[in-house]
Ligand binder design. Structure first.
Ligand SMILES: [Zn+2]
Length: 131
């Protein structure tokens, strides 16, 4: 079985982040289609699923690699924004967040210190705020 799989996958692209994302997207579409009873979502899910498998078994490795890079360039900033948001919620009990009034950089200070002077580490602008 393993030998068979190795033979089939020789020279083929394999799984990457984009095919993972397409798989997840097709599952989401299927679930949404089932909940809202919209048939077109199921068709869409099948198309996305086929596309995902097509990429995994594709022999045009260079092109698939380029697609994945494009996807990651689009996805990574979204992902890091999400993680930053999650971190902010986690730290909101112990820290307060401010935006620098001149460069808009996100600044974090410990809570409960009263009125404090904050110096932006990025542009060295000083401003007062209540922590
Ligand atoms: Zn600044």
């Amino acid at each position: 079985m393993k030998e068979w799989l190795r033979k089939v996958m020789t020279g083929r692209y394999g799984v990457d982040q984009l095919s993972h994302a397409l798989l997840i997207l097709s599952i989401i579409l299927m679930v949404l289609g089932a909940i809202f009873r919209v048939g077109i979502l199921n068709n869409l899910a099948m198309i996305v699923l086929v596309l995902s498998y097509f990429r995994v078994f594709s022999k045009n490795i260079n092109k698939r690699y380029q697609e994945n890079m494009k996807f990651l360039n689009w996805w990574n900033p979204i992902k890091s924004k999400f993680y930053n948001f999650k971190n902010k919620i986690k730290q909101s009990k112990t820290h307060k967040f401010f935006k620098c009034p001149s460069c808009n950089k996100q600044l974090r200070v410990p809570r409960g210190k009263g009125k404090i002077k904050i110096t932006c580490p990025n542009c060295h602008t000083k401003f007062e705020a209540r922590s």
